[in-house]
Design a protein around this ligand. Structure first.
Ligand code: AHR
Length: 619
């Protein structure tokens, strides 16, 4: 394939290009990024998932029972646990399918009510009963009042596995009434940037390593809710943890609300990510929509949320944000209205009044915000952008290489959820009834995503940025695979997928401008995008080879780049089409960088093997 790249005439690309999408699914937050180690820490319930003693067992002969007391810890946390016992009594938590114990400081706390004169013992133990760390906490507990206790645990060595538990015990003989009531029992390992109520370090590191540029949150289906009442409510995810009621996610488990709006913004701050905030748009997954006459309250709710994030401390909600520790307003440049409003019978109401109501109100109050519709299946008004999602087979990803070629640049598009999910089997798109989804991204799927991403990069003036979705999966409890990063309770096992490596290569070689390329050979099996980084002046060629019977010879010239110029060529390959990076396993993606020199006519000559992803950058 002979390719000639011009010196100019391309388009400026977005500097967001690659980002992340997060919603509570796959225990990616609860039991994942959100570093809390205690599962079911506050016995929160909902109609869908009633309060339970899930993850809890009693110490020795003591007994546990859920109580809805007349004087609960808070209105948001009405259910607590009563521990009854005359001897050594208490409760044990099995964590999010294990607890990682290593020599580091664990910060814990709990609320307790009842007349008790002894002390509490907080411990981490292995399943076979070995104590890994333990501390005594002098009781301040009194009758008729919830009193918070804090403690730290400092294990001396690393446990041999994560089959460990946390326990909180007391001497039942010193309890006046024969029982104590507990709630909001919490334990955190060291977090990213040492933030209280913060994020798990290894997962943040895996995200930081990708050098992402934006974060789309908080969903996804989980934003929408199963019902209108069950929607994600921003104002129930802020403030002290005891005032966050939690809710039923749309993904078969409850969330505590501990990983809330402020935590999302702190995540953006910590990794320097542009927030792309999704606001609820009047559609729930069961197809219920808010009628036009009742939509105002939800539009106002979105404006309040924006005031909370961006308003000065003189505004009602800006003052609330300051009260919760963030006097400096954040900046929000992108707001997406809803999620996949083209589905669940939502499109006609979205087109006829829902989107316009949010678009008009947000644009009027915040003219600098780029408002995005959650679909491109409609005529977008004004300056609105759209959001396009694609879950499909590798073959269908490759077929969509030219999908954006004829798209107008008037309405920028976010590629807000992208993943090759299903193996090629002759099927067209996702068959939701089959079990064909891969557990992890697999190499041919990742190469096909690369082809699609190249189609987007060629049209990068039209694309705001792209994110794989879902991003994270806890292998011990998940609803959707594959994901960009997979993990379990052991941080040493975290797996960066094959797609992670493709995104990493493309993201780290950012083109500020595309450059037009000509070739008589057409696209396929070699697909590519060409451009320049105006800061480094480096010319860039990004490519993927899909379905080739032999290595593809490439002769590449860049106008103005002469004989002898050096370039780095990085080629990613994998042992075979179905190779995957698995939790606890080794990285199977082979990355090889060689330096090559331009020949007599300034041409770079090299060969790319089938199922490879490559980037060439001139020095
Ligand atoms: O990413 C998983 C789900 O896929 C999202 O919640 C939804 O937006 C899409 O259908």
């Amino acid at each position: 394939v002979t390719i000639s790249v011009s010196k100019s005439g391309g388009n400026a690309t977005s500097n967001l290009q690659y980002g992340a999408m997060e919603e509570e699914i796959n225990h990616c937050g609860e039991g994942g990024l959100y570093a809390e180690l205690i599962r079911n820490r506050a016995f929160q319930g909902s109609d869908k998932f009633p309060s339970s003693l899930d993850a809890w067992t009693a110490v020795g002969d003591s007994s546990l029972s859920l109580q809805n007391l007349s004087d609960p810890l808070s209105a948001a946390l009405p259910t607590s646990v009563r521990v009854k016992g005359s001897g050594s009594a208490g409760l044990i938590n099995s964590g999010f399918w294990g607890i990682d114990v290593r020599p580091q400081k664990y910060s814990g706390s709990f609320y307790v009510k009842g007349d008790y004169s002894g002390s509490f013992t907080a411990s981490l133990s292995s399943l076979d009963g070995k104590k890994l760390a333990s501390t005594k906490v002098k009781s301040k507990s009194v009758a008729g009042e919830w009193v918070q206790h804090e403690f730290t645990l400092n294990p001396k060595s690393k446990a041999s596995s994560t089959n460990n538990t946390f326990s909180l015990s007391f001497d039942g003989s010193k309890v006046k009434d024969g029982y104590l009531d507990f709630n909001l029992i919490s334990l955190f390992p060291p977090t990213w940037n040492d933030r209280p109520n913060g994020m798990r370090r290894d997962l943040m590191q895996a995200l930081k390593d990708l050098d992402l540029k934006f974060l789309r949150f908080p969903g996804g289906n989980n934003l929408e809710g199963d019902t209108i009442e069950g929607r994600w409510k921003w104002n129930e995810t802020i403030g002290p943890l005891k005032d966050r009621p939690g809710r039923a996610t749309t993904w078969q488990y409850g969330e505590t609300g501990g990983f809330g709006l402020i935590e999302y913004m702190e995540w953006c701050d910590d990794l320097n990510l542009e927030p792309i905030l999704a606001v609820w748009a009047g559609l729930a997954l069961n197809g219920d929509t808010v009628p036009e006459s009742e939509l105002d309250v939800h539009v106002q709710d979105a404006l309040d949320e924006l005031e909370f994030l961006t308003g000065s401390v003189d505004t009602k909600y800006g003052a609330l944000r300051a009260k919760y520790g963030h006097p400096e307003p954040w900046k929000i440049k992108y707001v997406e209205v809803g999620n996949e409003d083209n589905l669940n019978n939502g499109l006609s109401s979205y087109k006829s009044y829902r989107f316009a109501a949010f678009y008009d109100a947000i644009s009027e109050k915040y003219p600098d915000i780029q408002v995005l519709a959650s679909t491109i299946d409609m005529t977008l008004e004004g300056k609105a952008g759209g959001d396009y999602h694609l879950y499909d087979t590798p073959d269908n990803f490759v077929k969509k290489f030219d999908f954006f070629d004829n798209q107008s640049s008037d309405h920028p598009i976010l590629l807000g959820e992208i993943a090759a999910t299903e193996f090629n089997n002759g099927g067209e798109g996702i068959n939701w009834d089959d079990t064909n989804f891969s557990l992890y991204p697999w190499w041919i799927g990742s190469v096909s995503e690369a082809v699609f991403l190249l189609g987007a990069e060629r049209n990068a003036d039209k694309i705001i940025g792209t994110t794989y979705a879902p991003f994270l999966m806890n292998l011990d409890s998940y609803q959707w695979s594959p994901t960009m990063i997979s993990f379990d309770s052991n941080p040493d096992n975290t797996a960066k997928s094959t797609s992670w490596h493709v995104y990493d290569l493309f993201n780290k070689n950012h083109m500020t401008d595309t450059l037009p390329a000509t070739s008589k050979d057409g696209f396929g099996p070699l697909y590519y995008a060409t451009g320049v980084n105006s800061e480094t002046k480096s010319r860039i060629f990004k490519a993927a080879v899909y379905n080739s019977t032999e290595d593809v010879p490439v002769s590449l010239t860049f106008s103005g780049v002469g004989r002898g110029t050096k370039a780095d060529l990085t080629v990613l390959t994998a042992p075979d089409a179905f190779s995957m990076n698995e939790v606890g396993g080794a990285n199977i993606v082979n990355s090889k960088t060689t330096t090559i020199k331009a020949g007599k006519k300034g041409e770079f000559s090299f060969k790319l093997p089938n199922l490879s992803v490559a980037v060439l950058t001139t020095n």
